[in-house]
Design a protein around this ligand. Structure first.
Ligand code: G1P
Length: 290
């Protein structure tokens, strides 16, 4: 199977959990230490070999597009003042990486946002990275390991990959939760989870279940590698949980046709879309950079 070089990053959310910070500044541009949160997510994609990134946004999110573009006036100004090093540091995107922006139109859910990228992704298989979730970039190589492992696994066996991590009981209702295949040994997975990436066949997902309905404690972290077929299922997915077109419903359809694996996550992830965890993440990132 061909190497995956395309990724979708949905950035259309209003960020209501981050108000008032996100009222005038897109939540994806809020700082984690000395960089906007989305900077780390784009770096993670590039480190794993992604070359074409599609941001799915809306009218109030053009600042994100500007962040990844060259600001010629600022560049000239800095160089004029002899601050070439600073100017160079702003042009960090590799020359062979392109970032495109497309708009979602109506905010009909995560599944709908991913489908909005179809005109740019075309026939390619692709990764999806949710920008609320930032993987720890300070632990050796972890930033690229998870996604690189998933991309490699997909190239080897053709199964779409969903990154999962074990969460506490009180957290299950915030996430998509994996239902493992009957022949998968849950103990093996949870033992492996901190030591090595591993992929297991998955039977389905339940989006934001109550604890009683949660089929496991393995939560969808926000990194996916999809066969292009997911677009066909997304196009036919109706609104469900929260009145939204859910990505998890399309994944369930994909499972029945092609098989899907969950990949266990290495290292820590930080939720930059929730005020409490954002503040903790900010302190951690700042401490690493001071
Ligand atoms: C989305 C997904 C969910 C996943 C979560 C990870 O939910 O629908 O399956 O577990 O991201 O952050 P959201 O947080 O957008 O409501």
């Amino acid at each position: 199977m061909k190497k995956i070089t395309h990724a979708v990053i949905p950035v259309a959310g209003f960020g209501t959990r981050m108000l008032p910070l996100s009222k005038a500044v897109p939540k994806e541009l809020l700082p984690l230490g000395n960089r906007p949160a989305i900077h780390y997510v784009v770096e993670e994609a590039i480190a794993a070999g992604i070359k074409h990134i599609v941001l799915v946004g809306h009218a109030q999110k053009s600042a994100i597009e500007n962040y990844f573009d060259i600001n010629a006036e600022l560049d000239n100004q800095l160089r004029h003042k002899g601050k070439d090093e600073l100017a160079d540091s702003l042009n960090w995107l590799p020359k062979d990486v392109t970032i495109s922006m497309i708009r979602q139109g109506q905010a009909l859910g995560l599944g709908h946002a991913v489908l909005a990228a179809r005109p740019i992704i075309g026939e390619h298989d692709f990764a999806v990275l949710l920008p609320d979730v930032v993987l720890d970039p300070f632990t050796t190589d972890l930033q690229s390991d998870n996604l690189a492992f998933m991309l490699n696994e997909f190239t080897q066996n053709g199964y779409s990959q969903i990154l999962v991590d074990k969460v506490a009981d009180e957290e299950v209702s915030k996430y998509g939760i994996a239902k493992l295949s009957a022949d998968t040994n849950f103990e093996d997975i949870t033992t492996d989870i901190t030591t090595v990436n591993a992929s297991f066949k998955v039977a389905g997902f339940v989006e934001k279940p109550s604890l009683a309905d949660a089929p496991s404690r393995l939560a969808v972290v926000g990194r996916y590698v999809f066969s292009n077929r997911i677009f066909d299922y997304l196009a036919n997915t109706k609104a469900s949980v929260g009145g939204e077109i859910q990505l998890t419903d399309a994944i369930d359809a994909l499972i029945s046709q092609q098989g899907v694996e969950v990949t266990t996550m290495l290292g820590n992830s930080y939720d930059a879309g929730d005020m409490q965890s954002y503040m903790q993440a900010f302190i951690y990132f700042a401490q690493q950079q001071l």
